[in-house]
Design a protein around this ligand. Sequence first.
Ligand code: GDP
Ligand code: MG
Length: 163
Amino acid sequence: MLPVVSIVGRPNVGKSTIFNRLVGSRKAIVGDQYGVTRDRHYGESFWNGRKFNVIDTGGYLPDETDIMIAGIREQVHIALEESDVILFVVDTEGGITSLDQAVAQLLRKQEKPVLLVPNKADNDERTLNATEFYALGFDKLYPVSAINGRGTGDLLDELVNLL
Ligand code: GDP
Ligand code: MG
């Protein structure tokens, strides 16, 4: 069995864009689940000769904050059960939100390795702004731009070290 990496975070931070960058055309299975967590996408990726599976933890019922928080909890719990490493994605454009804080709280009180990934760090300014996410209580962060690829090499170097 290949190691499993899950991508978690609130909607619109760029989870699916990161997934597509990691997995490209090697998307294997598209799983549909009814309920709060939907459209979980599984695919294979590799870096530095290491192969791993990636899960994009997908969608939510939109617009209702309490459903959204329940959805985040379910997403994180499933991710913790099935993964070896978690990518916790946040958005340098939008800054820290209460949903980011809810996810951070769930992820801090468990043992699995978590890499905090401020996405949309498309340029130097956004990359500098990413330091605000230290407030979420993780030791290190890995700013990336899923769109232009900036920072993704450093993230993947660290990721495969943890597998
Ligand atoms: P998800 O809901 O977390 O899966 O987020 P998506 O991957 O669907 O992305 C949400 C929006 O953010 C889309 O409009 C993406 O094009 C945009 N986006 C994703 N990654 C980046 C990035 O690195 N830079 C910028 N500027 N936009 C991004
Ligand atoms: Mg998505």
